[in-house]
Design a protein around this ligand. Structure first.
Ligand SMILES: [Zn+2]
Length: 153
């Protein structure tokens, strides 16, 4: 019901997706750490949607990642990478990623396209990986806890 209202609002223009302001605040509010594993060691800048796939060199698409997570993720889709690790992203990371996907779909007039048709197109992300169900609430994390050790993937 909420999704239907949101979809109608977004497609008719009566509702707008919020800006990345709150997502950007996370970068300044939380300690500087890998957004995937929480380490503060050997940090680099990662493109949430890989640049090689069309991800932008824009702060909305840039997150802190340790070299280990960055190279493990590589050019893969965020959600695909999490699934192979049998893990689920933090809520705030998923929110940022979902906004990037929604903005791309809006800018490329894909919001009215059926999922079955959209996934046939070459997109910078894998729409079919967007979650339909979520892990138990008590296992979800708002943001990954900060750790002082290096990641050992
Ligand atoms: Zn990491």
């Amino acid at each position: 019901m909420i999704r239907a209202k949101l979809f109608k609002g977004l497609t008719t223009g009566t509702m707008k997706m919020r800006t990345f302001y709150d997502d950007e605040k996370v970068k300044f509010t939380y300690p500087q750490a890998c957004c995937y594993c929480g380490t503060t060691e050997k940090l680099s800048i990662d493109h949430l949607i890989p640049r090689i796939k069309g991800g932008e060199d824009h702060s909305d698409n840039l997150v802190w990642a340790c070299r280990s997570c960055n190279s493990s993720k590589g050019e893969r889709d965020l959600l695909d990478w999490y699934q192979t690790k049998d893990a689920f992203p933090s809520i705030l990371l998923l929110r940022r990623y979902t906004k990037l996907v929604a903005r791309y779909c809006d800018q490329h007039a894909l919001l009215d396209t059926l999922l079955a048709d959209a996934i046939q197109q070459t997109l910078p992300f894998q729409l079919q990986m967007l979650p339909y169900s979520f892990p138990a609430l008590n296992t979800l994390q708002l943001w990954v806890p900060v750790r002082k050790q290096e990641c050992n993937h």
